[in-house]
Design a protein around this ligand. Structure first.
Ligand code: 5FX
Length: 533
């Protein structure tokens, strides 16, 4: 194949940067580049890629023209790296979920007539009905959440239809807020894109459709029929069906790349653009999660990903359409108290040393002498609790443990027992071939992964996939172009398998199964106390 075989380009427009990865036909990474918004585009004055106003901290927006400018810059960076764009057969991408872009009237014509002689941002500076796109960190739409839930008879019904109860960051409430508070912006909007379909639009030179998976993060899409729910559309703004356009499977081969990129960067005029999706569905692809696996990302916040054959309605957590298998689903469970909470206990119990933390962890037996605890620095999403809650063997609530090692194990076991309980609620059970795939910063800590393995009674694997979302986008590009001949497994067969790091001890299930049941009772009690206080 040498230097002349086909390549695929994956993009990821995340909160802080726009990333690119070029892979060869065997999906091995050839080149990578990124544009960091704060440093590379200081004129937009973002902090972490976001603009927050002091006077209204719940509002979080990003300048969409910054994202436009970043695309030209990124392609220029790749060219400087020596990327031969003529070899790129397919491009796909992903983006931070939930953010919305409001194209102004007449913008479709601008997109269709992009001139290769000018930068994109020069040509699209008047293309937006609002220059500031609300993003996933915005939490200013409580009123709209309430309206959407009431429209369909409550949060449970909304979750049943769209896969999630109303969340302030979700696009439906965000669109409804624009309609309610800035009717002129709404009226001047020709098309609403998600951040993902917005980048795809720039590449095809036309409005690109929203894919089912990213569309599941809107509180507007019926995840079973894959069509917009008319009641919810009506509650979010007039003529919204037209403004949102049709929805498509995530692996849809959309169109050839716009002539702008052929002339300006030397892409082939045959290069295909595949639908873009959300960063979380793209991560599921990048991790190559199979049906019986569970992915556990241990970072600032911890996230679990599961493959679901059928959607399940639960009060918390998100069910999204699966980006690879059109008939399947995925679930995403976010836990806010991840590494900061682990670091707090490391600092208080182990003087800030991970090595001492691990020694303390290893010096206590599985089950921690019957002690069980929950630690939440910030209000947790699931369960909705805050503060530290320590219990002894007799289930009495106590204010502290007598030893540091008990405190350390209580933290780690408590975090993983919670994950098992909520994964089980979504139907996860360990099968003989199940793997727990650990990613994120804390997945380098073997002592902690041993506890993860014991709590789930399943082997834990790690994969060196720091950039699972952008890689997932590149894999999606190849998959979409070859799915008629090969399934996803065959297409990704060259990628090294995750490495086995820990296996459960033989007594693990007898210890942790009862602890999961105890955890459920404790949480129910704490929630009940909160309700009555
Ligand atoms: C998921 O629901 C989220 O809000 C975040 O993970 C964003 O997708 C981050 F980009």
């Amino acid at each position: 194949m040498g230097d002349s075989g086909p390549t695929y380009l994956g993009l990821d427009l995340s909160t802080q940067q726009l990333k690119a990865v070029v892979v060869d036909d065997q999906l091995q990474v050839l080149d990578e580049a990124y544009v960091q918004f704060d440093n590379d585009l200081p004129e937009f004055r973002t902090y972490g890629g976001v603009i927050n106003k002091k006077e209204s901290p719940s509002i979080a927006v990003a300048p969409c023209l910054m994202w436009v400018k970043a695309l030209d810059m990124l392609l220029d960076k790749l060219r400087v790296c020596g990327v031969d764009f003529a070899r790129v057969q397919g491009i796909s991408g992903c983006a931070q979920q939930h953010g919305t872009v409001y194209w102004s009237k007449g913008s479709r014509e601008l997109l269709r007539n992009l001139s290769p002689d000018k930068f994109l941002h020069q040509q699209l500076c008047n293309a937006f009905a609002t220059n500031y796109s609300p993003i996933w960190m915005d939490s200013s739409t409580s009123a709209e959440c309430e309206i959407l839930e009431q429209t369909v008879g409550g949060p449970q019904n909304l979750a049943q239809i769209t896969g999630s109860k109303a969340y302030e960051r979700f696009s439906g409430p965000q669109i409804a807020k624009i309609w309610r508070t800035r009717p002129d912006v709404y009226a001047n909007t020709e098309r609403i894109s998600l951040v993902s379909s917005f980048v795809a639009s720039l590449l095809v030179g036309d409005y690109a459709p929203i894919d089912y998976s990213d569309g599941s993060g809107m509180n507007l899409l019926d995840i079973r029929t894959k069509d917009w729910n008319d009641q919810l559309l009506k509650a979010s703004g007039p003529d919204l069906r037209v403004k949102l356009g049709e929805t498509v499977p995530s692996h849809t081969n959309l169109a050839t790349i716009s002539n702008y990129y052929v002339e300006r960067f030397g892409f082939s005029d045959q290069c295909r653009v595949i639908a873009f999706t959300g960063d979380n569905p793209a991560s599921l692809i990048g991790m190559r999660l199979s049906k019986d696996d569970l992915a556990c990302s241990l970072g600032t916040s911890d996230t679990l990903f599961l493959w679901l054959d059928d959607p399940k309605t639960l009060p918390e957590g998100h069910v999204l359409c699966n980006p690879i298998d059109q008939d399947a689903y995925m679930t995403m469970l976010c836990f806010k108290n991840g590494s900061f909470t682990r670091e707090r206990i490391r600092d208080s119990a182990a003087g800030g040393s991970w090595q001492i933390f691990n020694e303390l962890l290893d010096s206590t037996p599985r089950g921690n002498f019957g002690n069980i605890a929950l630690y939440y620095d910030v209000p947790e999403i699931i369960p909705a609790l805050v503060g530290d809650h320590r219990f002894n063997k007799a289930d009495d609530k106590i204010s502290r443990y007598s030893s540091k090692e008990v405190e350390v194990r209580a933290l780690v076991e408590g975090q993983f027992i919670a994950k098992r309980a909520y994964a089980e609620n979504f139907g996860f059970t360990v099968a003989s071939n199940s793997r727990i795939i650990a990613t994120g910063g804390a997945s380098a800590n073997k002592a902690m992964l041993q506890v993860l393995s014991d709590v789930f009674n399943a082997p834990v694997y790690t994969a060196e996939i720091a950039n699972s979302a952008v890689l997932g986008a590149a894999y999606l590009a190849k998959y979409a172009l070859h799915k008629d001949k090969n399934n996803f497994k065959e297409i990704t067969k060259y990628i090294p398998e995750p490495k086995l790091v820990c296996s459960p001890y033989s007594d693990a299930e007898s210890i942790y199964k009862p602890m999961v049941a105890r955890y459920r009772r404790i949480v129910a009690q704490l929630l009940e106390q909160n309700d009555s206080s």
